[in-house]
Design a protein around this ligand. Structure first.
Ligand code: TUI
Length: 315
């Protein structure tokens, strides 16, 4: 059995979060992950506040275990959903794509445990000072919006920088990844891509197929020129986007316009001409659709074996 401070703080069985994938992570997936003993997370990015409130209520009807809401700080609905999570007193808020400090006081006052995703030690220290109960150090191997530093380099530096528990994200697909994250000092993990193919995940089937047939070198990074790099599968849309990024005659406005709605096109419509199929670098390690419970049990059975065998080379 693997038990860490993250399990105690949140009242969960396994120290694993499901990433709050925008347009993908809904009440069905979050409840399935929470029922399986991890922390399921609903993405507030899927739509407006009304949608989020419905999903929070739905998740409560599907599980009596704690679950979280992911707030993407670049979202046009950020003010509305920030207030809503405080009203609803959700157990956990995970933030991404920015500095959550200005919202944290209200969330903490509402009894919410705030766990920001951080791409650097600077942001980690800031949110720890502002009352975060833990941080998720997310490396550039992750899918979606990413920072500069790899998981291997970021996690130990964040662990040294703060006194609160650190979870690792980016490049983790199985028990070996969990064990490696623990060796770096993390006491929990967050996985997105592996949960994207969960049976309870309602993403378009084309998206799941693309993850399941991806090879190791099938992701690329778009959006660097716009200041928000995004890791995505190499699709016709992503290649065209990158060509436009390198073309100085294309303005940033044109580029933004070309990218608008691309995650919706992938996740909801399954359209590879217009869709950005965000994925982590471990897509090739994701080999089959499984239930959330099967995924979590498989990962932690393997992690335990790997950690127990960790002294193999110590003479
Ligand atoms: O947020 C994510 N991943 C995401 S959000 C998303 S939706 C999207 N769609 C289109 C374009 C862009 C995004 C898809 N994937 N991960 C967490 C994360 N947070 N990664 C990096 C950060 C981050 C970056 C800067 C956190 C804090 C931060 O602070 C900078 C500052 O000083 O404000």
């Amino acid at each position: 059995m693997i038990k860490t401070p993250v399990c105690e703080i949140l009242g969960i069985e396994y120290p694993i979060f499901q990433g709050g994938m925008a347009w993908i992570a809904d009440a069905d997936l979050a409840a399935a992950v929470s029922n399986a003993g991890g922390l399921g997370i609903i993405s507030a990015m899927n739509a407006n506040g009304e949608w989020l409130r419905r999903e929070i209520h739905k998740a409560r009807s599907l599980t009596d275990k704690p679950f979280g809401v992911n707030i993407m700080l670049m979202s046009p609905h950020v003010e509305e959903v920030s207030q809503l999570v405080a009203e609803e007193k959700v157990a956990v808020v995970v933030t991404g794509a920015g500095n959550p400090s200005k919202y944290m006081k209200d969330w903490i006052k509402a009894g919410i445990k705030v766990i920001p995703v951080v791409p650097s030690t600077g942001i980690a220290k800031l949110v720890a000072r502002n009352g975060a109960v833990a941080v998720i150090a997310e490396g550039g191997e992750s899918g979606g919006h990413i920072g500069e530093i790899t998981t291997m380099a970021l996690v130990p530096q964040v662990c040294d920088a703060v006194d609160i528990p650190v979870l690792a994200a980016g490049g983790i697909a199985d028990g070996r990844g969990v064990a490696a994250a623990f060796m770096l000092g993390a006491v929990g993990v967050q996985l997105g891509t592996r949960f994207l193919v969960a049976k309870e995940c309602n993403v378009h089937q084309n998206y799941k197929h693309k993850i399941l047939k991806a090879k190791d070198i099938d992701t690329m990074t778009t959006g660097k020129r716009l200041g928000h790099p995004v890791r995505t599968l190499k699709t016709p849309f992503a290649r065209t986007f990158l060509k436009m990024e390198y073309n100085s005659e294309v303005s940033n406005e044109e580029l933004e316009k070309f990218g608008a709605g691309s995650l919706y096109a992938a996740a909801i419509l399954g359209d590879d001409k217009k869709g950005s199929f965000m994925s982590g670098q471990i897509a090739a390690m994701v080999k089959k659709e499984q239930t959330a419970a099967e995924i979590i049990q498989e990962i932690f059975t393997e992690a335990e074996e790997v950690i127990r065998g960790g002294t193999k080379w110590v003479k």
